[in-house]
Design a binder for this molecule. Structure first.
Ligand code: ACO
Length: 378
């Protein structure tokens, strides 16, 4: 057997062949199925982008209409899932609630009929349709309210904001939110996608695949960073405090949240689009001191860390956009998950098409031939 060099974090080691998306980290280019992210952000919708990712090509208008219709009419969650979620502790993190609820879908729909295109379509529709409902339901129930029924007359993003805030959103806010979902829908072989593919490779059901990916996305080095960005901006408090705060971080060798990326060595193209969306929101709904702090942070971090290829990543401006939309900070990562379900499902399908169970090796650095010591002699 060929012996490969061990790389912590598997850096640079291909884990799969994939045609779902591609990143050029040196040039700052991200493409979904070959289409630039800037073009999708400008011209597409989240559901159309999800279709593109999962089925490999843009839908015709009939295909898109049928897909949107199916998703729209599968948004309601079973009473038993709602009742199960009611028992979750209000103090629990919404990502944990989402992971448990996504896994619970498998109790109802797990047939594991993985060779049947109708089963695959049903699972895709059900996951895309119900995950936003479950995120909004947990948010309302932890405040002691009843969940709001999805509105069939609203599109995907407008309906989510409606279920969350119990009022119909402004059309610009809904469109900006939809673009945020497009930007977060997929990003090559990141930690949660890898996790999804490993789980998929065992031929378990897609609900378990998504639940394991949600668990992976929750960590602060991955999707959880956008929550920490807002906490950091609050801690900094004023533009004047940016430089001393960052200098202190660098001296302590602390990571600055929302900056740096394993792949991008220039500014993340999604951060550029999100910055523009944040500006549009502030122009319509009033400015915010956190935006000024963020811009100053980007300037100072570039001055100090550009030589290491450290620039803003997707999480840096997304938190600002969500905060301006009135979304609580601990829902930022569940919202990331709402979007990323599209990418995870695309990778699930791709994994099934040419499956081989993941079974890497390890570099054993323990001992051998150790005698067992009786308990009274230890
Ligand atoms: N702040 C300060 N320094 C940084 C940062 C940062 N955010 N990121 C990397 N560096 C420095 C490291 O200290 C290291 O310096 P050194 O070579 O002098 O020791 C160098 O850049 C390389 O850093 P690594 O940690 O080895 O880079 P890695 O590719 O392993 O990590 C990661 C990437 C995890 C994203 C890292 O940049 C980080 O922790 N960033 C903050 C958290 C964050 O924003 N995560 C969201 C990522 S995007 C996403 O998941 C959707």
């Amino acid at each position: 057997m060929m012996v490969c060099e061990y790389k912590p974090g598997l850096e640079g080691i291909p884990a799969a062949e994939s045609s779902v998306s591609d990143v050029d980290g040196q040039k700052g280019i991200l493409e979904y199925r070959g289409i630039r992210i800037e073009e999708l952000a400008q011209k597409s919708t989240f559901l159309e982008t999800a279709y593109l990712l999962i089925w490999g090509q843009l839908p015709t208008s009939e295909e898109l209409q049928a897909f949107e219709h199916e998703v729209r009419f599968h948004r309601r969650i079973k009473y038993r899932i709602r009742d199960m979620m009611k028992c979750f502790p209000e103090s629990g993190h919404p990502m944990d609630a989402l992971q448990a609820s996504a896994a619970a879908l498998g109790l109802f729909y797990s047939r594991r009929d993985l060779h049947n295109p109708a089963y695959i379509r049903d699972a895709v529709v059900r996951l895309l349709a119900t995950i936003p409902t479950m995120v909004a339901a947990f948010q309302l129930m932890r405040k002691g309210n009843d969940p709001v029924r999805p509105r069939d007359d609203l599109d995907y993003s407008a309906n989510f904001l409606y279920m969350l805030n119990e009022k119909e959103p402004d059309p610009l806010a809904a469109r900006i939110f939809d673009v945020c979902l497009i930007l977060h829908a997929e990003h090559t072989m990141n930690a949660s996608t890898f996790s999804a593919r490993v789980t998929a490779s065992t031929l378990t059901d897609p609900y378990a695949v998504v639940a394991s990916a949600v668990g992976t996305l929750g960590g602060p080095l991955h999707g959880g960073a956008n929550e920490e960005v807002i906490q950091m901006l609050e801690e900094i408090g004023s533009v004047g405090n940016v430089r001393p705060y960052l200098e202190d971080c660098l001296q302590r060798k602390a990571k600055i949240m929302g900056f740096g990326h394993r792949v991008y060595k220039v500014k993340d193209p999604r951060a550029t689009i999100l910055q523009d969306l944040a500006q549009q929101l502030f122009a319509k709904f009033g400015s915010d001191k956190y935006y000024d702090i963020a811009v100053e942070m980007e300037r100072v971090v570039e001055e100090k860390l550009a030589h290491k290829g450290i620039y803003p990543n997707v999480d840096f401006y997304s938190g600002l956009v969500y905060a301006k939309l009135g979304i609580p900070t601990d829902l930022f990562t569940p919202i990331f998950a709402i979007a990323r379900v599209a990418g995870w499902l695309a990778h699930w399908k791709e994994q099934l098409a040419e499956n081989r169970i993941f079974r890497p090796t390890q570099v054993y650095n323990g001992q051998h031939e150790i005698a067992y010591t009786a308990i009274e002699e230890r």
